[in-house]
Ligand binder design. Structure first.
Ligand code: HEM
Length: 116
C-alpha cells in the first residue's frame, strides 16, 4: 500500500506541475496550456483517492486534516472549473484567466506545504 500511496502522491504532484508549469509558459498570452485539463483532473482524482485511503486508515495511513482538505478541494475545484471552461470556450480565455489558474494553484501549494 505504501507503494500505491507513494505513486498517487507522485501523480498528484505531476498533475499540478503540469498546470503550474504550463500556465507559467502561457502567462503572457490568452491561452491555457495544452494538457492543463488532463493535469488538473489527474491531480484532483489522485487527491480524492488519497483522502479516501487515509480516511479509511488503510495500512498505517493517518486520517487527513479535513479542514485543510476542504480548503484545498474548494480551490482545486475552482482551478479545474476554470481550466474546463477554458478548454470548452478557448475564445473566452483572457490573460486574467491564465493568471487566476496559476495564482490559485500556487495558493494550494502554499496551503499543502505550510498548513501543518
Ligand atoms: C490546486 C490544487 C492542489 C495543489 C496545488 C496540491 C498540491 C499538493 C502538494 C504540493 C502536496 C505535497 C505536500 C504535502 O505532502 O503536504 C500535496 C499533498 C496532498 N494533497 Fe494536494 N494539492 C491540490 C489539491 C488537492 C485536493 C483537491 C486534494 C483532495 C481532495 C488533495 C489531497 C492531498 C493529499 C491527501 C496530500 C498528502 C500526501 C501525503 O503527504 O500523504 N490535494 N498536494
Amino acid at each position: 500500500m505504501d507503494l500505491v500511496y507513494g505513486l498517487l502522491v507522485v501523480l498528484h504532484l505531476v498533475g499540478w506541475a503540469i498546470v503550474l508549469g504550463g500556465c507559467l509558459v502561457t502567462l503572457r498570452t490568452s491561452e491555457l496550456p495544452k494538457g492543463a485539463l488532463h493535469g488538473a483532473l489527474t491531480a484532483l482524482v489522485t487527491g480524492i483517492v488519497m483522502v479516501g485511503l487515509r480516511s479509511a486508515e488503510v495500512g498505517d495511513l493517518e486520517p487527513p486534516d479535513n479542514a485543510k482538505i476542504a480548503v484545498k478541494l474548494l480551490v482545486a475545484l475552482v482551478v479545474t472549473g476554470l481550466v474546463w471552461y477554458g478548454s470548452r470556450k478557448p475564445e473566452k480565455v483572457t490573460r486574467g484567466t491564465v493568471g487566476a489558474v496559476l495564482g490559485l494553484t500556487l495558493v494550494n501549494v502554499l496551503v499543502a506545504v505550510l498548513w501543518r
